[in-house]
Ligand binder design. Sequence first.
Ligand code: DHB
Length: 369
Amino acid sequence: AFAQDTVKIGLILPMTGQQASTGKQIDAAVKLYMAQNGTSVAGKKIEVILKDDTSVPDVTKRLAQELVVNDKVAILAGFGITPSAMATAPIATQAKVPEVVMAAGTSSITEASPFIVRTSFTLAQSAVPMAEWAVKNGIKKVVTMVSDYGPGIDAEKSFSDKFKADGGTIVENLRVPLRSPDFAPVLQKAADAKADALFVFVPSGSGAQFVKQFVERGLDKSGMKLIATGDVTDDDQLNGMGDVVVGVINAHNYSANHDSALNKTYVEAFKKANNGLRPNFMSVGGYDGMALIYGALKKTNGAADGEKLVAAMKGMAWESPRGPISIDTDTRDIIQNIYIRKVDKVGGELYNVEFATIPNVKDPVKAAK
Ligand code: DHB
């Protein structure tokens, strides 16, 4: 076949290292999407080239450059953490290649290049509804604890601003390093602050370790409630966290327990293809990223020109396993439902059980500008 008959997608993910669960989930979802929808679209053969950036942004950038220059990829996709997505932005802009962000969640990412389109989420999308719920449910004093980098800082600020605006008090804003975090010292400070609740964001893959240290320090028995973004009660790890997390209220875009026909099919097919692994919110970012790329290629009749693809992606709307989603025409960011959930036992397994829906949430950070 001639080169122009193939559309290459450079998929850059953390397949090893601290963020490896994100890479594994997204890679599996991309493969599932292609198994279900075929490996060609609009007359073009789709070829995915997977690269492991180990979540080191300098590596992401080098791989992106190589994929564009040597492999001539038409699309860059993946990006497990914010620094990786940010490091690639100048390459996307210069090469006029769409950068489909499937995982990272810092608000400003989509502003780093006009070629960035996001199918994951922003932290403010979850943190603002969480703050609103907390005030309405009698929580008056909160300590926040976040990973000390882009998405954590967004989560801290958007939660705190909304909580204070609604009449709550922030006792303290605590941060832990992204790499090899030790939660013990900050958990001691949180315990000393004697708040009604501790609001937490840690990235996908770190929730179990956080919960372990929370319990080791006896905070589960301190009377201080745990509230969170759904990154903490990640479906990838939730079942192993133990009954201490039953009752934890959190806000997020996806639960494997989401009640829709499409999601039931998705979870079943994903588990079947991956030795029973439960799909998490990162997986749907990957699955929907592929739906975005396939949908855009259909609209351009297979033309893989970057500007045409991004134009086609703007305003696209479809049903995801997480619920209805669309791409904001102005910001290229995802618009999606946010669900308030409670961790509970369903059929002997721990799940985030959705009990309230805030429909069609745009990134609150950009909406406020
Ligand atoms: C980011 C990474 C995560 O694993 C997550 O759950 C949220 C945000 C990020 O780096 O943007």
